[in-house]
Design a protein around this ligand. Structure first.
Ligand code: 4AD
Ligand code: MG
Length: 478
């Protein structure tokens, strides 16, 4: 007999039909009612075992997280809380779970911090069940969005010899014996003897290779893992995260912003339509969590309201210069409530500033454009003022920067000059510069941090709780 997933069973009209289900026990009451979950939904299936059906020894083995196979008939439920239930005709324990040892059984309401330590088991909780189903749906929605728009999905390399962001935050990849590395004449490690015959690292971004593809296919995107050896131990940074990077020929900065806004709204709407139960669960979870906080620190909106709000409002678009003026003149700045005071044009914005603009000032997502060139990457298109570049960052409530992108510098000479100014050797990126030599054109793109999107849509507050096995400084378990 074919096993049915619980989500499907719960939506089936009960007609005493025979069914088979497999899953893990969530609870067992009165030696009679078993709640079974198989991860297809947070809703458990109630299985009723009539007195006398099972031997005492089997009943004892129906413990939290034991895996079971149940055959029975699907009937209308008399009890509250569910429409259907299964009247068991047989039950087999597939795998035992010792309740004296099962970590999730040992604590009542385990904290998110504790669950991070047992991330191999946290998939089995309602919170993480909901989070990872939403994560899946968002990933699917992204592919769907770009596919519908005619974009090509390009796989860019994970091991590379270039630093796409020029920020030097890379993990080295080597097969040399680092206890006893070969040295060259000047006494430095001789990477010509390394696996690839040169120095290599894990990619920080697929953008540069993405640009190469966009110069042939017009519209492409990447969606893959990226790695940053930045020592940021915050609730929004990971050393290994997933990034979506579309790159479009013939787009300017405005086209780029339009696409990013459309994409964000599309994927949020898709998740709300296809994971409503999970998002409602997470929304209620957040309300409960916030009850512990003082009134003035609680969110003004529930998660559901925040998501709807993002769909119903155009993102505010302002320049970096306007943002600096707003921040400098804000009471927050005057009363020295920022950790980093905003005093002059040219400073990089901290997450507290981004969140002030979004959460306090505009109260909606904001796109900041035209940043000072000194605080942005070498490839961004230089504006005529000689001071700024055609960059755009999208800032979201509770998150800060969620998307970073720009129109690219398509003029060979200006790009070469900028690289020289910052000390990026042209020889290393000659393949990249070739796109500017052969049929260069206006183009633009952006990067969406996938985990930051999942954070936003699930209402979780720590990025370590939206990726199955987070990698952060001093932490690489599993
Ligand atoms: O702003 P970033 O560094 O931009 C780029 O990498 C460009 N090459 C993108 C492009 O134009 N194609 O990173 C893009 C986004 C950020 O806005 C943020 O959402 C996310 O990636 N991000 C991180 N997410 C988690 N942990 C980190 N350490 C992150 N660093 C960046
Ligand atoms: Mg950025």
């Amino acid at each position: 007999m074919a096993r049915l997933r619980i989500k499907e069973i719960l939506n089936t009209t009960p007609q005493n039909q025979a069914i088979e289900v497999k899953g893990w026990v969530r609870s067992f009451r009165n030696n009679q009612f078993i709640a079974i979950n198989d991860g297809s939904t947070n809703n458990n299936l109630q299985v009723v075992v009539e007195l006398g059906l099972l031997e005492e020894a089997t009943l004892k083995r129906i413990t939290a997280s034991a895996s079971v196979k149940v055959n029975g008939t699907l009937i209308e439920s008399m009890g509250k809380g569910q429409k259907v239930e299964v009247k068991a005709t047989s039950l087999e324990i597939l795998g035992d779970s010792d309740p004296e040892k099962y970590p999730l059984q040992l604590r009542n309401k385990p904290s998110l911090e504790y669950l991070r330590e047992i991330a191999h088991l946290r998939f089995r909780t309602n919170t993480f069940g909901a989070v990872f189903r939403v994560r899946h749906t968002l990933a699917y929605a992204i592919h769907k969005f770009f596919n519908e728009k005619g974009f090509l999905y390009i796989h860019t390399p994970i091991i590379t010899s270039s630093d796409a962001e020029g920020a030097g935050e890379m993990f080295r990849v080597t097969s040399l014996d680092m206890m006893n590395p070969p040295k060259n004449e000047s006494g430095n490690i001789d990477y010509t003897q390394d696996f690839f015959g040169k120095s290599t690292n894990l990619t920080v971004s697929g953008q540069l290779e993405g640009e190469l593809a966009a110069m042939a296919f017009s519209d492409i995107y990447t969606f893959g893992p990226t790695f940053r050896a930045e020592n940021s131990n915050t609730a929004r940074h990971l050393a290994e995260f997933w990034m979506i990077e579309p790159e479009m020929a013939f787009y300017d900065l405005n086209d780029n912003m339009d696409l990013a806004e459309e994409m964000m709204q599309y994927v949020i709407r898709y998740a709300m339509e296809h994971n409503l139960e999970d998002i409602e669960f997470l929304s209620n979870r957040l309300v409960d969590e916030e009850k512990q906080k003082p009134q003035n620190e609680r969110s003004e909106m529930t998660l559901m309201e925040k998501l709807k709000f993002c769909l119903e409002n155009k993102f505010e678009r302002i320049t970096y210069t306007q943002a600096i003026d707003i921040l400098r003149e804000s009471n927050h700045n005057k009363k020295k409530k920022f950790q980093y005071l905003v005093d002059k044009w040219g400073v990089d914005l901290q997450s507290e500033h981004e969140r002030y603009l979004v959460e306090k000032h505009f109260k909606k997502p904001v796109i900041l454009t035209n940043y000072p060139k000194e605080i942005k990457s070498f490839y961004m298109r230089q504006n005529d003022d000689g001071k700024t570049v055609a960059a755009m960052d999208i800032l979201f409530p509770g998150i800060g920067e969620i998307v970073g992108g720009s129109q690219r510098e398509e003029r060979l000479e200006l790009l070469e000059n900028r690289m020289k100014e910052i000390g990026i050797p042209a020889e290393e990126l000659s393949w990249y510069l070739d796109t500017r030599r052969f049929g260069t054109c206006q183009h633009a793109g952006f990067g969406l941090g996938f985990e930051r999107l999942v954070l936003f849509v699930t209402g979780m507050t720590n990025i370590r709780d939206v990726i199955p096995f987070p990698r952060t400084p001093n932490n690489c378990e599993f």
